[in-house]
Design a protein around this ligand. Structure first.
Ligand SMILES: C[S@@+](CC[C@H](N)C(=O)[O-])C[C@H]1O[C@@H](n2cnc3c(N)ncnc32)[C@H](O)[C@@H]1O
Length: 386
């Protein structure tokens, strides 16, 4: 496909997404109906579509319309590309620019558009993040880094780097965690590399790794919201004696046996009714369901979909999970709370609310990780009984 034809395809896809259909679904459907598109074409189109999701408001402002066409004109302008060079009507490209599209918008972009958030979240960012609000909103507009975790039970960092370089995956150390490697090039080759397939490395964000690094040493650990088990696997690599994984939706853990086998990690999956039987636990990690605001670079549609009511509901779920998980902690043990959110109402506010309604608990540690070139936005806190 010509570069202009890729732009035309992205416009078509963005128009299909317009009604709220998930981008991934529309991209798959488009790929099936346009088999002539090669893998490089599809990757380039996909990048356009997801880049637009990260900056929808700016793109609509710069492109003068929130249509697929307007959004692509805006994205190109934001990337310093003159859209007229691709909107030529040639090579299956989009029709030439109309007069109103050619004229750049007047004045300064409103800050709500520049922040690329819905209005209500602009207010929440301002209220909750103060001086960091603008920086955080802007940081969420780039692409997320691809990061690996070295499985220290199978390899050291230099061994993992060597294996990855044999697969032409170039990495550098990441200061957020001694086990984290940021991928510099070759990220599309990771999943077929021996280092990945044989469990020497896992894909995991560096802040997520740092959350596990910060956990106190513990013999018996319960990952209460295990999901795919990324954190449970990292806990095993740190040398815990027994690691248990639970999730209210067991289907979220379906890949865990395969991942654990690859990593040579032993993890016992528990149903809710089994939790007290195997407990209490020295450490219960609550990696809570959240808005995901710290990882909106990876799932940019989520920031446009989230509603105030959903956020309230999520906070209520976080409260109830903390209440239930606290009952499973051994006397003297630790309840660790984590979210991949940068909204204080999901973070310290939940911890404070828990302490206020649960006598005897105190927060002994908490840390916020900003959205950065190194990793996602995260929060973690450790609670202990006095
Ligand atoms: C942020 S994800 C966990 C990610 C995972 N720890 C990882 O590192 O890959 C949150 C998980 O909490 C689960 N969850 C939601 N409500 C829950 C509840 N009441 N009890 C236990 N798990 C719950 C969700 O199904 C989801 O898989």
């Amino acid at each position: 496909m010509t570069p202009a034809a890729r732009v035309a395809a992205a416009i078509e896809i963005l128009d299909m997404i317009g009604d709220g259909t998930p981008a991934e679904q529309v991209l798959t459907r488009w790929g099936r109906g346009n088999r002539f598109a090669g893998s490089k074409d599809r990757a380039a189109i996909r990048d356009y579509v997801f880049d637009v999701q990260r900056i929808r408001r700016s793109a609509a402002w710069l492109g003068r319309a929130a249509t697929g066409r307007g959004l692509m004109i805006g994205l190109l302008r934001r990337n310093g590309v003159d859209p007229a060079t691709l909107f030529t009507g040639e090579g299956h490209g989009p029709a030439p620019l109309m007069d109103y599209e050619e004229a750049l918008p007047e004045g300064e972009m409103p800050h709500e558009d520049a922040w690329n958030l819905p209005d209500w979240l602009v207010e929440r960012f301002e209220a909750g993040l103060g001086a960091q609000a603008a920086e955080t909103a802007l940081a969420l507009q780039g692409r997320a880094p691809v990061t690996l975790r070295v499985n220290t039970s199978k390899s050291d960092t230099s061994g993992a780097i060597r294996m990855l370089s044999e697969a032409e995956v170039e990495v550098v150390g990441n200061p957020l965690s001694p086990t984290a490697l940021t991928v510099v090039s070759g990220s599309r080759r990771i999943r077929n590399s021996a280092a990945y397939l044989d469990g020497f490395v896992e894909l995991q964000d560096a802040s997520s790794q740092a959350v596990v690094d910060a956990l106190p040493p513990a013999a018996r650990v319960l990952d209460y919201c295990a999901g795919g088990g990324g954190k449970a696997l990292a806990v095993v690599a740190r040398g815990a004696q027994a690691v248990f994984a639970h999730d209210i939706d067991p289907s979220r853990m379906r890949d865990l046996p395969l991942r654990a086998a690859r990593a040579e990690a032993e993890i016992t999956q528990l149903e809710g009714s089994d939790l007290p039987t195997f407990g209490p636990y020295d450490l219960v990690l609550v990696d809570a369901p959240c808005s995901g605001s710290g990882s909106w670079r990876r799932a940019p549609e989520a920031k446009w979909r989230l509603t105030p009511a959903q956020l309230e509901n999520t906070m209520a779920v976080q409260d109830s999970i903390l209440d239930d998980a606290a009952k499973l902690v051994e006397q003297g043990g630790t309840l660790a709370y984590a979210t991949c959110s940068i909204l204080p109402e999901e973070n310290r506010a939940r911890v404070d609310a828990f302490i206020a309604r649960t006598p005897g608990w105190q927060c002994v540690y908490d840390q916020t990780f900003a959205v950065s070139a190194l990793g996602d936005g995260f929060y973690t806190a450790h609670l202990k009984q006095t």
